[in-house]
Design a protein around this ligand. Structure first.
Ligand code: DGL
Length: 264
């Protein structure tokens, strides 16, 4: 048993989609979350800068005595996960491998789509991981630079969101039977994405898929929390406005949370 918290990092509010799944599937675990909304989106930034920012988030979480770090961000996973994982002596979980395995399991035609930030798509990491596991899969990738900013500005339910999602995803419609939401911000746009792609397309939430890996590692290293955690124990930090983060977070999580501002 280990009653230290699990640390989550993201460029902003996207990692909350992973947190919601963790709260549902592993309600005993305590959470420390850092979202770097002041510098979001990460996706269009150069790799070296994303790497530097990710290390700042990791170092912040380490000051909170975490027992494990979850990269609740595909972009940070694509750029820095391997390196951080090698450097730390606590488990570090990324979202790309779990999303890749889930897509392989889901597809019947072998035609998988991936949507993500410019960096995640440029890195081509989903294709690489999927084809390492299963070379016969065809992966079609599409960069969606406008999606994360829409979610960060709390416009995921707006008519602008509908228009942007419809226009951006047009090239993928009818081409795949499984679509990986390769950015943790995208589950907030899920109803619109599903509507545009059609009900027959299976959407894979890469963040939600990583909860199984977290659970396996907690069991394997005997790191499980020993009792249910009171809601007020969870701590959420943002580098930008507390009010804006809280509004999006409480809507998404369906509960009141404790949010603090931090300058990195
Ligand atoms: N939520 C992030 C991801 O999963 C990054 C979005 C961004 O900041 O560009 O890739």
């Amino acid at each position: 048993m280990d009653n230290r918290p699990i640390g989550f990092l993201d460029s902003g509010v996207g990692g909350l989609t992973v947190v919601r799944e963790l709260m549902r599937q592993l309600p005993h675990e305590e959470i420390v979350y850092i979202g770097d909304s002041a510098r979001a989106p990460y996706g269009p930034r150069p790799a070296e800068q994303i790497r530097e920012y990710t290390w700042e988030l990791v170092n912040f979480l380490l000051t909170k005595n975490v027992k494990m770090i979850v990269f609740a961000c595909n972009t940070a996973t694509a750029v820095a996960w391997e390196e951080v994982k090698e450097a730390l002596d606590i488990p570090v979980i990324g979202v790309i491998l779990p999303g890749s395995s889930a897509a392989i399991k889901s597809t019947t035609s072998g035609k998988i789509g991936v949507i993500g930030t410019p960096m995640t798509i440029k890195s081509d990491i989903y294709r690489e991981k999927i084809n390492q596991l299963s070379p016969q899969m065809t992966v079609t990738s599409l960069s969606c630079p406008k999606f994360a900013p829409i979610v960060e500005s709390n416009e995921a339910n707006s008519s602008l969101a509908k228009k942007v999602v419809y226009e951006t995803l047009a090239p993928l419609v009818g081409k795949v039977d499984t679509l990986i939401l390769g950015c943790t911000h995208y589950p907030l746009l899920r109803p619109i994405i599903q509507n545009v792609m059609g009900d027959q397309v299976k959407l894979i939430d890469s963040g939600a898929e990583c909860i199984r890996d977290i659970s396996v590692l907690l069991n394997y290293f005997q790191l499980n929390h020993s009792r249910e955690v009171a809601l007020e124990k969870h701590r959420f930090f943002t580098t930008a406005s507390v009010a804006s983060f809280r509004e999006i977070a409480e809507n998404w999580l369906g509960q009141t949370i404790h949010v603090e501002h931090v300058d990195l």
